[in-house]
Structures are given as structure tokens and as C-alpha cells.
Design a protein around this ligand. Structure first.
Ligand code: CNA
Length: 372
């Protein structure tokens, strides 16, 4: 745990060698390794928001970037901060470049557990592995030393069938309607592909199980091959070099995100006119900080069972080391653009689709499955 702290200055995880990366990322981006906010200590705890703000203003002269709860400079972007307000915004044709961001919560109804749900989540069910901490199972340094627990878990969690949920088809429908600029997913289950979302509309920020790579010689393997190995209770080993471990191309904690993630973020977020965030606790960086990348007048809608993404992030985030900022405003006095729709992503997607008058189209595409 101690080693993973994302403190000012290069952490061990930031020094770790990127294995999936493209050339033209900025240094800051290269240092943005996949990390969880749970790994950080929060030096701001025990202080009031006002004290923190004041301290930042005095010491760092960054007060102007931190929005106060009572800051009402912005005109209201939505007529109401409800589902109806969002639907009206879309119906008025004001959302032509929608970005959707998703996490494990959109796939729980497909039978794939998320990380942090209290009893059903993966972290709550790792006791038998004797891990130093729950996140170790997805930590690249731990995997390099001991890949077995990851593959045992991968077998246990392997979806019995790849059935996308109504929420996946809602995202596909936004694309069919010509409104989707891009879908950013933290999920590694490939269900967006199965729902038919074209690869160019998809950013798999944490990679996917779609392919695997030998850690030694970099030979690529298919999902089918890996599945056979995993189901034979083996640690998949390369057939062409001296037994390198074949790791699914998912991004572990301590690894860099794919270059495509940074390139698309740079290209997309300033154009976004509606951000829809679904089924995520917004605790994993740098993905979580994407909510700060849209323009000030872009409405942001969180569809989730639990509240997430509100409040000031940790000090290291404020200092630009792990993303951050004031977060979503739905619970704050000065809110002028954010909506929290609490509930299940499937139910709420279906309701939005109904209100938009798209139910028939949604039902039609929900019958179709594509090869991942
Ligand atoms: P998380 O931290 O487990 O959070 C999931 C969030 O979704 C929580 O806030 C839940 O309350 C909420 N939630 C769960 N089910 C529903 C539902 N049906 N409707 C509405 N809300 C729901 O997971 P995150 O995605 O935020 O964390 C990012 C991790 C999870 C990434 O690194 C992923 O690779 C990783 N992950 C992916 C999968 C997958 O591919 N399906 C599964 C498990 C973990």
C-alpha cells in the first residue's frame, strides 16, 4: 500500500515501465499511471473546504480555479436538474456531441461484479488469495511476481455469456442517432463491442480482454486462446518464447493508459456538449478526472446507484499529479449544470430512451449481438 501513494514527486508506480503507450503523450500524461484514489492519503482531511481554499489561495495562488459553493457566476445550463431537464436539452438539439463515460456498474446486471459494491464487489471477495491488499490482484508489480491469483479470479469472473445490458444499448443508440462523440469505458469486458459500438467510437481506457500479449516477447494472443488456457487452470504461457506469461491487454494499477486514451481526450473533451457518466465510483485516476475536462457550460449527468464524483479531490490531485478539481456540482449550492440521477443504469437508461421517444429503436437494436 505504502509504495502506491500518489504523492508529489515520482511515485514508484509512476516510475514503472509503461508497456502500452504511444509516442506523442505529454510528460504529464506519461506519468498518469492507472491508480486508485484509495491508495492516497488525504492530507486535506480534517480541514473545512473554506480553510483548504484559503490555504491554496495564499500558498499557491490557485484560488480562482477552485469554485466556491456560493459562486453563482454561471447562467443555468439546464431548465431543471432532473431527467426531464436533460431530456429537454437533448430534444432541443443542444446535445450533438455527447460523451459517455462508464464503469463496472453498467455491467453488473450482465453478471459481472464491480470492484467496490460492499458484498458482491470483487474487493469484498478476495480473502482466499492472501493478498497484501485487495488492489494487489490488479497491480502490475504483484502480477509480475505472482500471476496465479489474477488468473484464478479471471476464471471465476469470466462471463458465462456476453450479453450487453439495456444501458450498453442506450449508448449504442446515441451513436445510431448521430449524437455520440465518443464512449469512454473503464470496463474490460468488451460488452460495448458486443452491443455493436464501432471501435472508432470506443476508448477502452483500461484496455480489454479482447487480446493478450506475452510479457517477454510481445507476441499477441486472441481472447479465445486465453480463455482456453484460463479454463484449463493454467497461467497462460507463450508458445513461441521461453515461457513468458501472456497477460490480457488490460491496464493494471501502475501501468500507463493506452496512447489512444490521451489522444482522444485531447481531441474530444472541449467539443463535448453533454457528458453522461454511468455506473462508476469515479475513484480511479486518471479516468475520474475526465469530468473536469469538458467546458464550463457543458452539463454533466451522473447515473449511478450511489453518489460519486463530488467534492474536492486529494491535495496531490489539486497539484495536478492525479487530476482533480471541484468535482461534480450536483450537491453544491452553486450548481448550474450537473444532474445526479440515482438508481440502476438499466432502469434509468430505459426511462430516458422512453422520454426521448426512442423505445422502438432501443428494443430493435437490443436483439443484436456482434463479435467482440
Ligand atoms: P467500482 O469502483 O466498483 O464502482 C462501481 C459503481 O457502480 C459504484 O458506485 C456502484 O454503486 C455502481 N453500480 C453498481 N451496479 C450498478 C447498477 N446496476 N446501476 C447503477 N450503478 C451501479 O467500479 P469503477 O468502474 O468505478 O472502477 C473502475 C475499475 C473497475 C476499472 O479499473 C475497471 O477495469 C474495473 N472493473 C471492470 C469490470 C468490467 O469490465 N465489467 C468489472 C469490475 C471491475
Amino acid at each position: 500500500m505504502e509504495e502506491n501513494k500518489n504523492e508529489p514527486g515520482p511515485s514508484k508506480s509512476q516510475e514503472s515501465k509503461p508497456t502500452i503507450e504511444e509516442d506523442n503523450d505529454s510528460d504529464a500524461e506519461k506519468n498518469s499511471t492507472h491508480s486508485s484514489d484509495e491508495e492516497e492519503s488525504d492530507p486535506t482531511s480534517g480541514f473545512s473546504m473554506e480553510q483548504i481554499r484559503k490555504w491554496l489561495q495564499e500558498k499557491l495562488h490557485v484560488g480562482s480555479c477552485v469554485q466556491s459553493d456560493s459562486d453563482q457566476r454561471h447562467p443555468l445550463i439546464l431548465n431543471e436538474f432532473t431527467m426531464d431537464g436533460v431530456v429537454e436539452y437533448i430534444k432541443e438539439g443542444r446535445a450533438k456531441n455527447i460523451i459517455t463515460m462508464a464503469g463496472a456498474g453498467i455491467s453488473t446486471s450482465a453478471g459481472i461484479p464491480d470492484f467496490r459494491s460492499p458484498t458482491s464487489g470483487i474487493y469484498a471477495n478476495l480473502g482466499k488469495f492472501n493478498l497484501p491488499n485487495p488492489m494487489a490482484i490488479f497491480d502490475i508489480r504483484y502480477f509480475e511476481e505472482n500471476p496465479k491469483p489474477f488468473f484464478v479470479l479471471a476464471k471465476e469472473l469470466y462471463p458465462k455469456s456476453f450479453n450487453p445490458t439495456p444501458c450498453h444499448y442506450f449508448i449504442k443508440l446515441l451513436h445510431d442517432k448521430g449524437l455520440l462523440l465518443r464512449h469512454y469505458t473503464q470496463n474490460i469486458d468488451t460488452l460495448e463491442r458486443v452491443a455493436g459500438l464501432p471501435a472508432n467510437k470506443l476508448v477502452e481506457a483500461h484496455g480489454s480482454f479482447h487480446t493478450g500479449t506475452c510479457l517477454k516477447c510481445k507476441k499477441e494472443y486472441t481472447q479465445e486462446w486465453m480463455k482456453t488456457e484460463i479454463f484449463s487452470d493454467k497461467v497462460p504461457q507463450c508458445t513461441s518464447c521461453d515461457g513468458g506469461v501472456v497477460k490480457p491487454n488490460i491496464i493494471f494499477f501502475g501501468e500507463n493508459l493506452p496512447g489512444r486514451f490521451f489522444n482522444c481526450v485531447r481531441e474530444d473533451f472541449s467539443k463535448c456538449d453533454l457528458l453522461i457518466i454511468m455506473g462508476t465510483s469515479l475513484q480511479v485516476q486518471p479516468f475520474a478526472s475526465l469530468v473536469e475536462r469538458v467546458s464550463d457550460d457543458c452539463p454533466r449527468v451522473l447515473i449511478n446507484r450511489d453518489k460519486a464524483g463530488g467534492g474536492l479531490a486529494t491535495l496531490s490531485n489539486i497539484l495536478g499529479l492525479g487530476g482533480g478539481g471541484p468535482g461534480l456540482l450536483y450537491d453544491k449550492k452553486g450548481n448550474y449544470r450537473d444532474v445526479f440521477l440515482q438508481g440502476y443504469t438499466d432502469d434509468l437508461s430505459i426511462e430516458i430512451v422512453e422520454k426521448l421517444g426512442w423505445t422502438e429503436d432501443h428494443q430493435k437494436i437490443s436483439q443484436v449481438k456482434y463479435e467482440p
